[in-house]
Design a protein around this ligand. Structure first.
Ligand code: NAD
Length: 505
């Protein structure tokens, strides 16, 4: 982290065992405003393995009490957190824009996703958690229930600083686990506010512990800790794979939500204007820093001309700036490293002979020079195998890939290592349904961009994007609990399954 001039900034500690405390080593790091890199928002504890050890010890101690608390009572705490999130939505959204950069309307949406998830989980606390199944024997009852795992480590990225943590914390806590939460080093402040809200909502000491710091130190220590039963990880494929290997070695359960290289297929019979609206929002919303960003537009050749022309006209109008300014369409990217990484991909695209239609440069005009701004970038005539069509850029860069026909378009859309979100634009119901059948992704949209998940449905990807888990929706609970099967025999005699089968009375 960069050292900047002496400015009075607040300092925050870890939250461990019901109290805020400094890092054991006394180290801190800074969290910055990406729209004005010289604006330090806070100094935050930089955790290491000793802090993680403290947090896991506290979580272990709190687990028995919390896991035996009735689920509706756990749900009440989450319900109160939902109300507090709702009351503070505007304040949280502003903080998020300052810390992460996304424009205020999107930051409000990010907080709303957290509110929705908390409400949904609070509601589920009074719902069924298993099923009653008939026994083959008389005077015997069989049922299943979900039981918590123990101490769960939640590791999150910076691009949805409220939504992603709530997707993990709310179901993990509702299921009765104790949690150690390690948020991304670029967005610790939003995480601290979320933890404060859960404490205020009545979470007992030790049930939720926050350790801020880097992935290499705090994150790594959490993954390695033998008393952490499960890890829920959202981030890049590269780190996710390392986490999975470490967890496999330790016999730990791991849920992975990783990267994407999402595509919208635009067929010639589709509503081109609608597709352009979707492409603009899908590719350049959140400055393209979404795992579901529409980074590829696979367009049937007959529609390439009109689609490109219309999209280019809209991209040219996008205004870069501070996300708190209502005139801004596209905010900064998260940090200097990402800014240069995104720019490197523009260079690669040109080297690969893709046609740069717009952007391709770090934006430095006027006040933009103070932040990490990248001009919205559009490439045309991109071939499906090019690196800019295969690798996740995680910035405001999109590629138009011409396809000869419907079958070719689907093959191109499916032709990456990722499988998160794919979309099709067509007016032909038969082709829409055929695409739903054949697109290889965890999420498929028809006549909408690759963005727009709702919390009451499962979220996650196939292929390199994940490892089979789904967050949110009815499946959210699966990641954070396991089945217990219960047989109750009240016959008063030994009844042997498969042997003493009961005949008709
Ligand atoms: P990242 O992998 O660099 O970091 C994610 C988290 O892991 C951070 O908290 C980081 O500190 C931690 N971490 C880093 N190294 C670690 C290690 N060795 N051990 C343990 N933890 C470690 O990702 P990022 O740059 O923060 O986020 C961007 C990535 O996240 C993109 O690839 C994006 O597609 C992905 N993402 C996926 C989803 C999804 O649901 N599929 C959602 C959002 C973001």
């Amino acid at each position: 982290m960069t050292e900047t001039a002496v400015v009075e900034v607040p300092t925050y500690g870890h939250y461990i065992g019901g109290e805020w405390r400094e890092a054991r080593g006394g180290d801190t790091f800074e969290t910055l405003n990406p729209a004005r890199r010289d604006e330090v928002l806070a100094r935050v504890a930089r955790g290491n393995e000793v802090d993680v050890q403290d947090a896991v010890t506290a979580a272990r101690a709190a687990f028995p009490g919390w896991s035996r608390t009735p689920m509706p009572v756990r749900g009440d705490v989450i319900g109160r957190a939902a109300r507090l999130l709702e009351e503070r939505k505007e304040e949280l959204a502003r903080l998020m824009t300052q810390e992460m950069g996304k424009v205020l309307t999107e930051a409000r949406g990010d907080v709303q996703e957290g509110i929705d998830m908390a409400k949904y989980m609070a509601g589920r606390s009074r719902g069924a958690v298993g099923e009653t199944v008939p026994s083959e024997l008389r005077q015997k009852r069989c049922f299943t229930e979900r039981v918590p795992l123990g101490v769960v480590g939640c590791i999150t990225p910076w691009n949805f600083p409220m939504a992603i943590p709530t997707w993990k914390l709310m179901p993990a806590l509702l299921a009765g686990n104790a949690v150690v939460f390690k948020p991304a080093e670029d967005t610790p402040l939003v995480a601290i506010r979320l933890v404060e809200i859960l404490i205020e909502a009545g979470l007992p000491a030790g049930v939720l512990n926050l350790v801020t710091g880097t992935g290499e130190e705090a994150g790594h220590a959490l993954v390695q800790h033998p008393e952490v039963t499960a890890i829920s990880f959202t981030g890049s494929v590269e780190v996710g794979r390392q986490v999975a290997v470490a967890c496999a070695g330790a016999g730990k359960r791991v849920g992975l939500e990783l990267g994407g290289k999402n595509a919208m297929v635009v067929l010639a019979d589709g509503d081109i204007e609608l597709a352009v609206d979707g492409a603009l929002w899908g590719a350049f919303g959140t400055s393209g820093q979404r795992c579901t960003a529409t980074s590829r537009m696979v367009v049937e050749r007959a529609a390439v001309g009109p689609f490109t022309e219309a999209l280019l006209a809209r991209v040219r109008q996008l205004r870069l700036g501070d996300g708190l300014d209502p005139a801004t369409d596209v905010g900064p990217v998260i940090n200097e490293r990402q800014l240069h990484r995104i720019h490197r991909y523009s260079e690669i695209g040109k080297e690969e002979s893709a046609r740069l239609l717009h952007g391709g440069a770090i934006a430095t005009a006027g006040a933009l020079e103070r932040g990490f701004f990248y001009t919205p970038t559009l490439f045309g005539e991109v071939a499906p195998g090019m690196r800019i069509a295969q690798e996740e850029i995680f910035g405001p860069t999109a590629a138009i890939i011409p396809a000869d026909d419907f079958d070719a378009a689907l093959a191109i859309a499916n032709g990456t290592r990722y499988g998160l979100s794919l979309a099709v634009y067509t007016r032909d119901l038969r082709r829409a349904m055929e695409a739903v059948d054949r697109l290889e992704a965890g999420i498929v949209y028809v006549n909408a961009p690759t963005i727009g998940a709702e919390i009451q449905l499962p979220f996650g990807g196939t292929k390199a994007t994940g490892n089979g888990h789904r967050e949110a929706g009815a499946t959210a609970f699966d990641e954070f609990s396991e089945w217990k099967t219960v047989y109750i025999d009240y016959s008063g005699r030994l009844q042997r399954a498969q042997i003493d089968t009961a005949g008709p009375a």
